[in-house]
Design a protein around this ligand. Structure first.
Ligand code: SF4
Length: 143
């Protein structure tokens, strides 16, 4: 079973209430090969919601809004739930949305809300990597 970011399957779970449909990814779900999950909704956040970025505060990574409201516990809970589902279903591959503090793999926004990116992973991508899941995104997933 493959985990895919729900927004890539056409589910309107993005922070602004929209989706990021990639028809081939929805097809994976429809054919039973993939399960769509949104870690931020699983972490209890509403849709739409205030956008967040990963910020380093006193050597600790937090996930915060531009106004410094800390939503780290929601992002951590969502990452843990996705990781638990991945373990239960023995998932070896995840296709996750780029440019998200949960799903991004490789580079993340730098925490200053300036569109600048730095090396790093979203919290869910990081959690899945730790348990040996391969991560692809919507640009490089071609199976
Ligand atoms: Fe899509 Fe992941 Fe953001 Fe949910 S958390 S909207 S699945 S990128």
């Amino acid at each position: 079973m493959i985990i895919v970011s729900s927004c890539l399957a056409g589910i309107k779970c993005r922070y602004d209430g929209h989706h990021n449909l990639v028809p081939e990814i929805r097809e994976l779900v429809l054919s039973g090969k993939a399960i769509p999950l949104c870690p931020e909704e699983l972490g209890g956040l509403p849709t739409p919601r205030i956008p967040c970025e990963i910020v380093k505060v006193e050597n600790q990574l937090k996930v915060m809004t531009k106004e410094q409201t800390d939503y780290s516990k929601h992002f951590l809970m969502g990452a843990q739930k996705v990781a638990d589902i991945a373990r239960t279903l023995d998932c070896k591959l995840a296709i996750l949305k780029a440019n998200s503090p949960s799903c991004e793999y490789g580079t993340v926004y730098d925490g200053r809300f300036t569109e600048k990116k730095i090396k790093g992973n979203g919290l869910t991508a990081e959690q899945l990597l730790k348990q040996g899941v391969e991560i692809k995104n919507e640009s490089n997933f071609k199976l």
